[in-house]
Design a protein around this ligand. Structure first.
Ligand SMILES: Nc1ncnc2c1ncn2[C@@H]1O[C@H](COP(=O)(O)OP(=O)(O)OP(=O)(O)O)[C@@H](O)[C@H]1O
Length: 580
């Protein structure tokens, strides 16, 4: 029996027929059957007459299996006979022998396209595997805890959403394993537990070592989330940066000893490079799994004494864009000192994430449209600046810098031009540090701190930047130079090009042929920003209608957001363990 597989695009008689039937009626019958076999997406045994009836029943049943088979084999892109050997359906001996899969170029391209979509950031396929296999297995094997298993110690910090304590396991008070950090959190604790669980499975080394999280409800205190980590160390990057010894104090921590090198810019630059590399590495791992932190600042970067690296803490404001958790385009919980100018990680035009499977399926598209990871990159860039310029390490210094940068339209080069001629010794030293090795540090910094998210480097691209290659700009190899050129090319904003094309379209439009004429485009432009003018809406009924329409859409969006938020908080918070 020969197997024929089609998607049903091709219809009709096979292209080559070495043996035509002698009778017309027989020929028509043959056409009908060919049609049937080629139009239905099925595997068919091309046997004659009586058998074909029983085959039709089988064909319906096998339809699903075959549609998947067809997708990957790629048959059906074109007419049937262009993608399969048809042979002659009357003389079975001329039919090709079944030889399993027939690979075609369009089929391979289609399959590769589908695979790369499924694996593109934030990763649809790894997401399904993580949620339905890894999470499940983890739940079966991990130890569970309840509040009474812990003894609370010294308070380490108190934020708007929780209190953090040092603590120990009640049954192992003096062991290293018992050295813990516990956070008692409000409703945002649920998000933090979700993010920590995701991170533990996807990139455990990037964030503080998460132990367990659970919900405790009591009639007295109501609902409380408890989140438990291993104690990583005493110092955050904020503590270390504030020291007069910075960056030499970090060198001792990372290497465990003092280097036998003279103190100076070169050595400081190396230490800052190491800190930035570790921070970007942690960010890259987070972003690759679809999580955007949204609160990157020195206070949330802890030095892990065990691994001698910097790790990220406090995932309470993070958004998981793989499944849409904590992603509400118009809502933000930001530290204004480190927040990127856009304030939102997703365009406010993007509706809130729909149900989890839909959000997951669309996540690569939304990620590419918004590049939400660039929000964290801006914050990391500010940390780089603070490390280079001691005067920006205080709150006041940073706030003042942010004001100056805003005045320069977030253009670091313009900021430098405005402050450098009259700057003091400290600021000058910072510029000198960044100008080492042909200014490669400054180049990286200006690629991270930019107004437009799309123009900022991703964490992965930043890690590939020549700043992290020891030789510096002048000693760059051909390949490194090529990589730098590529980085610069990908940083370019193509928004202007898009505007130019629209403009061109507008110019080519005429009243007769359709398209926008320049005059119409001008009209549209006038409706846009000047609608705030008094009395303008009365004069322009179209503008009033647009305003009303926008208001309705806004209200609808807000209600949908609210509904989504409620629905979302239902499905995933079921995964958070509760104290029995
Ligand atoms: N795993 C850890 N190991 C050691 N110390 C930790 C760990 N996690 C948190 N800390 C300490 O606890 C402090 C507060 O932690 P965290 O930032 O998570 O709490 P928070 O309530 O969100 O605080 P804030 O709102 O101020 O950011 C940190 O600054 C750090 O000093």
């Amino acid at each position: 029996m020969a197997t024929v597989a089609t998607t049903g695009i091709g219809v009709g008689v096979p292209k080559h027929q070495p043996h035509k039937p002698k009778h017309k009626s027989l020929f028509l019958g043959q056409r009908l059957r060919t049609r049937l076999f080629t139009e239905a997406p099925c595997s068919a045994s091309l046997t004659f007459s009586r058998k074909s009836k029983s085959f039709q029943v089988f064909a319906l049943g096998a339809e699903w299996v075959d549609s998947i088979h067809n997708l990957f084999v790629g048959v059906g892109v074109g007419l049937p006979c262009t993608v399969m050997e048809c042979g002659d359906i009357i003389y079975r001996s001329t039919l090709p022998k079944s030889n399993g899969l027939t690979l075609t170029v369009p089929g391979v391209v289609l399959a590769l396209g589908a695979l790369s979509y499924l694996w593109a950031t934030p990763g649809v396929a790894p997401g399904f595997f993580d949620m339905f296999v890894l999470a499940f297995v983890e739940r079966l094997f991990r130890p569970t805890y309840k509040k009474d298993d812990f003894v609370l110690g010294k308070k380490l910090g108190e934020g708007a959403f929780g209190v953090v304590y040092r603590g120990t396991l009640a049954n192992k008070p003096s062991s290293k394993e018992g050295d813990l950090v516990l956070k008692k959190a409000s409703e945002y604790g649920a998000v933090e537990i979700w993010m920590n669980e995701r991170v533990r499975r996807a990139c455990a080394n990037s964030c503080a070592d998460f132990v367990y999280g659970f919900l405790e409800t009591s009639s007295k205190k109501g609902a409380e989330y408890w989140i438990v980590w291993r104690f990583e160390g005493d110092a955050t990057l904020a503590d270390l940066v504030q020291s007069r010894e910075f960056p030499y104090n970090v060198e001792t921590l990372i290497l465990g000893k003092i280097q036998d090198l003279p103190k100076g810019l070169e050595r400081e630059n190396r230490i800052i490079q190491t800190i930035m590399r570790q921070l970007l590495f942690a960010l890259d791992s987070l972003h690759s799994t679809g999580i955007v932190h949204r609160d990157i600042k020195p206070q949330n970067i802890i030095f892990s004494e065990g691994s001698r690296t910097f790790k990220i803490i406090d995932l309470g404001a993070a958004a998981d864009l793989r499944v849409g958790i904590n992603y509400i385009p118009k809502e933000f919980l930001l530290d204004p000192r480190y927040a990127a100018p856009e304030q939102y990680i997703m365009s406010t035009q993007t509706p809130s994430a729909p149900s989890a499977p839909v959000a997951t399926a669309l996540s690569p598209v939304l990620w590419q449209l918004n590049l939400p990871d660039r929000f964290d990159i801006y914050s990391a860039g500010l940390i780089f600046l603070q490390m280079a310029f001691p005067s920006l390490r205080t709150d006041n210094g940073l706030i003042q810098f942010n004001r100056q940068l805003k005045r320069c339209d977030y253009d670091l080069v313009a900021w430098r031009k405005s402050v450098e001629p009259r700057c003091g010794a400290e600021l000058r030293r910072g510029f000198e540090l960044l100008d080492l090795d042909g200014g490669i540090g400054w180049e990286l910094l200006t690629s991270m701190v930019r107004y437009k998210a799309r123009q900022r480097l991703s964490a992965k691209a930043a890690l590939a930047h020549p700043f992290f290659v020891r030789e510096g700009l002048l000693a760059l190899s051909f390949m490194q130079n090529l990589r730098l050129q590529l980085l610069r090319a990908t940083q370019k904003d193509y928004g202007e090009a898009a505007k130019w094309i629209i403009q061109l379209m507008a110019k080519s439009g005429t009243e007769k042929d359709g398209g926008f004429t320049e005059a119409q485009l001008q009209e549209l432009r006038e409706i846009e920003p000047k609608k705030k003018k008094k009395g303008n809406s009365q004069k322009n009924p179209l503008a009033s209608a647009l305003k009303l329409q926008r208001k309705i859409i806004k209200t609808l969006n807000e209600s949908m957001d609210e509904l989504n938020r409620r629905r979302k908080s239902l499905w995933w918070s079921r995964w958070i363990p509760r104290e029995e």
